[in-house]
Design a protein around this ligand. Structure first.
Ligand code: GDP
Ligand code: ZN
Length: 460
């Protein structure tokens, strides 16, 4: 395809060691030529391809030096966008990158839109849509595990799976066509039984892909965890103990609201987003501060509740209120302050909260924390497919398309079971194929493509 030449600052804004300006398109090298000179006054075109060349950016209008840089050009097609690319590494900081970008724009490039480099890679056929989305997920990954999943997708794991499914569906369509063209009875019987077999194959595959959605979400967003307990049982002590060793490095956490604080931690490879309901003011408890409805809502959204009790005092009305709230939720119970004489036994708790994991802790003495971490790991891994070698769906759009495709194939199978006319069945198989195609971008509309790339950052 024929596109104009685009440019953008590819590095994050602010003071830094280097900043990079990236130019892509037919005129990239022309632009580079006009503004770059090496020590011997050679232009970029006269330098070696794919080599970083030391030199200066010069304003062609007046010969003024703009910055000292390293510049490289890479010829189409083996580049990120498949187009000619020029990259200029200049001094980091706001002024040099901006000056150079302005000069680049004056000399024939247009400012790139968000995600436009990656969009070109897609439109030029180097990657498919799911891979482009993986790029975005890589850049925005907040957990190590989510980064790994997206890296796997960038290499085409989802694409490959979807293409295989689409091939099976194409086979089914060919079968249907043949049977419509040659409607002898025995051929038709054969068609139904083989359609059923292939349809079930597709359904099973879709189901198992969809089973990874939960894992995908947890890996991406963290296991939503609430630490719950009446005042003074040890919630803050627990949070501090867990954070001390496992705090995830996240600088900018969206979704932090005023009444709850979110902390990311990594426990034995499982990312947790701990909602610290103890929060800003230590003395008030969650129900009191948020109100019963908000508290219930928060608990309903939680993937895991760590419920803390103080065993040095009798169970109180507040404890029973909490027990009531968490009875049928995913809970780990901590019987804390086990260093003090005990007023609550494990049996007491088991009676009110049957079938929960119960751990005796003395958080103040760092006892029981390891057991808690082991339990979290077990709980998660038991419901989980192996992260490294499997495809995990961690993108909401992909999930939605898979769900639609699953509905389509279920309808097709139902019609097959009822020996409905083949052209009825054909329609659902086609829909299924199309819905899968939207994942890789084969059958996707321009509006969706634009929406996806508009969520990228500039310069990617
Ligand atoms: P929160 O109100 O639930 O957040 O409770 P805190 O973490 O602020 O703890 C309340 C008090 O209990 C503090 O003085 C802690 O030092 C103390 N505490 C926490 N855990 C233990 C424990 O395991 N044993 C003992 N003896 N005291 C603890
Ligand atoms: Zn507290």
């Amino acid at each position: 395809m024929d596109f104009d030449t685009i440019a953008a600052i590819a590095t994050a804004p602010g003071e830094a060691g280097i900043g990079i300006i990236r130019i892509s398109g037919k005129k990239a090298l022309d632009v580079g030529d006009k503004i770059f000179r090496n020590k011997r006054q050679a232009s970029l075109r006269e330098c070696e391809e794919r080599k970083l060349n030391y030199g200066h950016i010069i304003d062609p209008k007046d010969g003024k030096k703009i910055d000292e840089v390293l510049a490289v050009y890479i010829k189409s097609p083996y580049t990120y966008t498949t187009e000619d690319i020029v990259e200029i590494n200049c001094h980091g900081g706001i002024i040099p990158v901006r000056r150079i970008l302005e000069l680049v724009l004056e000399n024939g490039a247009r400012l790139a839109e968000k995600g436009e480099f990656t969009k070109r890679a897609f439109l030029n056929g180097r990657i498919d849509l799911s891979q482009a989305e993986a790029v975005m997920d890589l850049v925005s990954a907040k957990t190590e595990s989510s980064f790994d999943v997206s890296l796997n997708q960038l290499e085409g794991s989802v694409s490959k799976e979807v293409k295989q499914l689409q091939n099976t569906l194409l086979g089914m369509l060919a079968h249907v066509e043949a049977s419509i063209d040659f409607p002898e009875d025995d051929v038709e019987d054969l068609a139904y039984s083989s359609l059923k077999e292939q349809g079930e194959q597709v359904l099973n595959k879709l189901s198992s892909l969809l089973e990874t959605v939960y894992t995908g979400r947890i890996l991406k967003e963290g296991l939503k965890t609430v630490i719950l307990g009446k005042p003074n049982v040890g919630k803050s002590s627990l949070l501090n103990a867990v954070l001390r060793e496992n705090r995830a490095i996240v600088t900018d956490i969206p979704g932090t609201t005023r009444d709850v604080i979110e902390e990311y931690v990594n426990i034995k490879g499982v990312p947790l987003k701990i909602v610290d309901t103890a929060g800003i003011r230590d003395t008030e408890d969650i129900v009191e501060r948020l109100g019963v409805d908000r508290a219930k809502e928060l608990l309903n959204q939680a993937d895991l509740i760590i419920s803390v009790f103080d065993t040095s005092t009798e169970l109180s009305k507040e404890d029973f209120h909490i027990i009531d709230l968490i009875k049928d939720k995913k809970v780990i119970v901590l019987l804390n302050k086990s260093d003090l004489p005990s007023k609550i036994s494990e049996e007491d708790i088991e009676r009110y909260l049957p079938n929960k994991r119960i751990i005796n802790t003395s958080i103040a003495n760092n006892e029981g924390i390891e057991a808690l971490e082991n339990n979290i790991e077990e709980m998660f891994l038991s419901s989980e497919v192996k992260i490294k070698d499997n495809i995990i769906i961690n993108n909401v759009r992909h999930r939605d398309q898979l769900l639609k495709a699953k509905e389509n194939i279920e309808e097709a199978l139902q019609s097959i079971g009822l020996n409905m006319p083949l052209d009825c069945i054909e329609v659902d198989i086609k829909y299924c194929w199309e819905n899968l195609g939207e994942i890789t971008g084969d059958t996707v509309g321009e509006d969706i493509i634009d929406k996806i790339f508009s969520e990228f950052c500039i310069g990617k």
